[in-house]
Structure formats: C-alpha cells, structure tokens
Ligand binder design. Structure first.
Ligand code: SAM
Length: 280
C-alpha cells in the first residue's frame, strides 16, 4: 500500500510544532516502530471492517488502520494531541475522529452495519476499566486487539493454579476466546515505558453462559477475596453464609472444600454459581 506512516522524526517534529510533550498521566507512550504497527494490523484482521481505535494519540496506528479498514473511528480523550491526529488524518476520508473518553463512549451509536473490530495501544492506567467496558459492549464488538502491559497479558493468559490467575482471567475466559498474542519490547515506544508489552487478540464467544453476571462475579470476587484461604472460608466470610451450608453447597457442586480460588477453572465457577445463585 501507499506509505503514509509517520516516522519518528515526523512524530517528533509534529509534537514540537504543537508544543506538545507526551502526557504521562494519560499513558502516552507512542509507537515508533513500523514493523510492530504492521504486526498489530495483521493480527487484528481488519480488512474492510469497521474499526474503533481506542486512544489514537498522534495517529501512527490510525493511518495504517485507515488503509485496510472500511471505516475507522479514532477515539482520543486528549484535546492537545488531537491537533496532531487531525493533521495526520486530514486526507484520510474513512477516518472519523472522536474526542471522547472511551469509558463514556456510546459504542452502539457507532455501529453501522457490522460489529466493530476494536484496536488499541491502550493507556495503561485504565486497562482493566477498558477491558470491563469492552465486555459490557460485547453486543457491538466482534473482537479486540490491544496492546497491554506484559504483566496484564500474563494475567489474561494465566492457567488455573498459577499466581497470575485471578478475577481478570476468569472474566476474559467467561466472555472471550484469546486468539493469539505476541510480546513487544519497550524500545518501540517514545517515550520508553518502564515495562515490556504484549499485543493480544480476543474475540467474543458465541456461547457466553446465559446467567446472572452480577451474581456470578460476586461469587468469583468472594472466592478471590482471601486468595490464600480455602474457598470454604472465603465464601463463608465474604457472603456471610454458615460454613456448614457452604460445605453442603460445595459438595453439591462436586468441589472439594479445601480448594483455593486459583484452582478453579471457568466450569468450576459456573457449577458453584448454579448451586449458590438462589442463596445470594
Ligand atoms: N495509538 C497511539 C500509538 O499507538 O502510538 C497512542 C497510544 S498511547 C499508549 C494511549 C493513548 O490513549 C494516548 O494518546 C492517550 O491520550 C489516550 N487516552 C488515555 N485515556 C483515554 C481514554 N479514557 N479514552 C480515550 N483515549 C484515552
């Protein structure tokens, strides 16, 4: 395709032109490596798709997305960096810039005739909130391809029994199938962040369990409330149910009472939910 990427020197001169310094509080670490940008785009699989980009910043990724996608909604919260984004996207007719906080965005309003593919080099200070927002908006989203801190990716990818396995792991497994991922060095950003990153693609499951999610996650939180205690103790303390009754419930769910939350996979949590839902 046409080379419309902005290079590191162009990025720096654009930042200078508008008297901008990357804003740490907004998680502004900009991608400056074209190969990584291409890898993200390939993983995302956005040919002819409608794309929502979270945190477009100066538009490095946006410009590439625009080449392949049918339409790109470029969401960016920062008014200052918007000047650069507008300049970079001025001749890209399929890019629509939206100056909003993604957490407040009405995603449904943007869907035209297909579900959206979400792509983003995420601002790390709000990663979990963004993830939970994506889960909430799943009716309008096909998949999401996101750059996150490597530590967060390890939690998303964790297997039961490992120290990284937790609420976030259960949540992503509840809603999504992780398609693929790759790690990225901190050297591909300006300014360079403290930690390495991971790009990960997830798509929403067709068969998300049809249960009361609020209750389900109350149970998951209760189990993880005291990570080192047994689920018998955690559930009893956290949900204020007599131990004898919790024992009975665990028994019916075919779960041993000395298990810890990190030992339970999604199926186990669902069994537990089925036995507990009428009790909470
Ligand atoms: N996409 C650019 C890139 O890859 O170089 C910038 C990525 S930078 C890690 C994250 C961007 O998200 C920043 O431009 C930041 O201003 C923006 N941002 C931070 N919080 C946001 C929010 N709540 N909603 C939308 N954008 C946000």
């Amino acid at each position: 395709g046409v080379e419309i990427a902005i290079t590191i020197s162009e990025l720096l001169s654009l930042l200078e032109k508008y008297h901008l310094k990357p804003d740490k509080k907004l998680g502004q670490n900009f991608l400056i490596d074209e190969n990584i940008v291409r890898k993200i785009i390939n993983l995302a699989g956005i040919d002819q798709k409608e794309v929502l980009e979270i945190g477009s910043g100066p538009g490095t990724l946006t410009a590439f997305l625009s080449q392949k996608a049918k339409k790109v909604f470029a969401v960016e919260i920062d008014k200052k960096i918007l000047n650069v984004l507008k300049e970079v996207c001025q001749n890209l007719s399929n890019v629509e810039i939206i100056n909003e906080d993604f957490l407040e965005l009405d995603v449904k309003k943007l869907t035209i005739d297909q579900k959206l593919c979400v792509v983003g080099n995420l601002p790390y200070y709000v990663t979990s909130q963004i993830l939970f927002r994506l889960f909430e908006e799943r009716d309008y989203i096909e998949s999401f391809t996101i750059m996150v801190q490597k530590e967060v990716a390890q939690r998303l990818l964790a297997k039961p029994g490992s120290k990284d396995y937790g609420i976030l792991t259960v949540a992503i497994n509840f809603y999504c199938k992780i398609e693929d991922y790759f790690h990225v060095s901190k050297n591909v950003f300006y300014p360079r962040p403290e930690v390495d990153s991971t790009v990960l693609k997830a798509s929403f499951k067709e068969d998300i369990p049809d249960i009361d999610e609020r209750k389900f996650f109350r149970i998951v939180h209760a189990c993880f409330s005291t990570r080192r205690k047994t689920i018998l103790n955690s559930l009893s303390n956290s949900l204020e149910i007599e131990k004898a009754e919790v024992k009975n419930i665990l028994n019916k769910a075919c779960l041993q009472e000395n298990l810890r939350a990190e030992d339970l996979d999604l199926e186990h949590f669902i069994k537990l939910y089925n036995e507990l839902e009428n009790r909470i």
